[in-house]
Design a protein. Structure first.
Length: 352
């Protein structure tokens, strides 16, 4: 009689520098063409994460961007509407080790053309300023810009309600004012509380993309996020599936994969710890049912019975929630000493 023993041999994970080279090759050459604005977006995001977290990028891995870098100045002149993407790419490539001074000329061109002055949003002006100051150029004179950004972040009640646009803008205020973690963004106590409230909503929504950005923004502001959030994010980061193939669809969760790994790097954990192929890849996070919609529907149905007291509402709501939604809600409450204050706004039970 013969015994057959099946061995589950784990997929070999390459060293970090090789993993980074595989990602750069995939996003620069195998997913989209360089004329696609989504190519600019994906590659700018990846290079920014590598640069601001100080990852080891081999010089030879940057060679895949030589064609882009050689044409970057001309692209800026022809596509000035994409100047923030183009500046970000050129600046990060040089700061990661690409030889050259193209970024300085591009920044000077953007300044001479007044491209930052065409921005209507304070947040976009802050991003433009952050990019151009990296080469010693102040694109706009606006002494009130930082104050307006901090005032926006200090309105805590904005962030007790589901509002993804406002929450992402809040995280980017921390990113730009802190120069991606290089200095204190000087958010007020209320601004830091706003980040915490936005994190509670993201956790209720099981939105790893947004929660990862919020935890990064909190750390940049000198605040350690709740362990329940960061432990959950670590599990979500490990759970990404990667599919390889020349025709795999690209409507994937690549951005969530990026920011979850960015959070791991900022928190001191391993980054991009996956087995990567040499070509086109798609990145998929296993889907979790969101509790946020169900919780909101139950609260809406309570109508006049809704109140701002979490302990009262817990007893009124939980019998009507699914076990999954009940668990997420209770874990969110346990994760935060600020949950009662958060719930006062989240309940929408009348003005204070």
């Amino acid at each position: 009689m013969t015994n057959v023993v099946a061995l589950n041999v784990p997929t070999r994970i390459l060293p970090l520098e090789a993993r980074i080279a595989a990602l750069l090759g995939c996003f620069s050459q195998s997913r989209r063409i360089g004329d696609d604005v989504f190519w600019l977006k994906e590659n700018a995001e990846l290079l920014n994460i590598l640069e601001c977290t100080g990852q080891p990028v081999p010089a030879e891995a940057l060679q895949v961007y030589e064609g882009f870098y050689e044409q970057a100045e001309k692209r800026l002149q022809f596509f000035p509407q994409y100047y923030r993407f183009l500046l970000s790419l050129a600046l990060d490539l040089e700061d990661l080790g690409m030889p050259g001074d193209t970024a300085q000329r591009m920044v000077d061109f953007a300044k001479s053309e007044g491209l930052a002055q065409a921005e209507l949003s304070d947040l976009q002006r802050a991003e433009a300023r952050r990019l151009m100051i990296r080469r010693g150029v102040e694109p706009i004179k606006d002494d009130g810009l930082d104050d307006r950004l901090r005032n926006f972040s200090a309105r805590t009640r904005t962030f007790t309600l589901p509002n993804k646009k406002a929450a992402y803008e809040l995280t980017h205020i921390s990113f730009y004012l802190s120069e991606y973690g290089r200095r204190d963004p000087n958010l007020s106590v209320e601004g830091k509380l706003s980040l915490h409230f936005a994190g509670l909503t993201a956790f209720l929504d099981q939105n790893a993309d947004l929660l990862a950005e919020i935890c990064i923004a909190l750390r940049f502001s000198g605040v350690i996020p709740p362990a329940i959030w960061t432990d959950w994010l670590e599990g979500e980061t490990l759970g990404f599936a990667i599919e390889e193939g020349d025709t795999v669809p690209l409507n994937d969760d690549y951005h969530e994969f990026f920011v979850c790994n960015w959070h791991q790097a900022v928190a001191g954990g391993p980054v991009f710890r996956k087995a990567f192929g040499a070509g086109r890849m798609r990145f998929e996070r296993h889907q979790r049912p969101t509790a946020l919609r169900e919780i909101s529907q139950v609260m809406l149905s309570l109508d006049d019975a809704r109140c701002t007291d979490w302990e009262v509402m817990r007893n009124r709501m939980t019998p009507q929630l699914s076990p999954e939604a009940r668990d997420v809600l209770n874990i969110a409450a346990e994760s935060s000493t600020e949950f009662d204050a958060f719930f006062e706004g989240f309940a929408r039970a009348g003005s204070a």
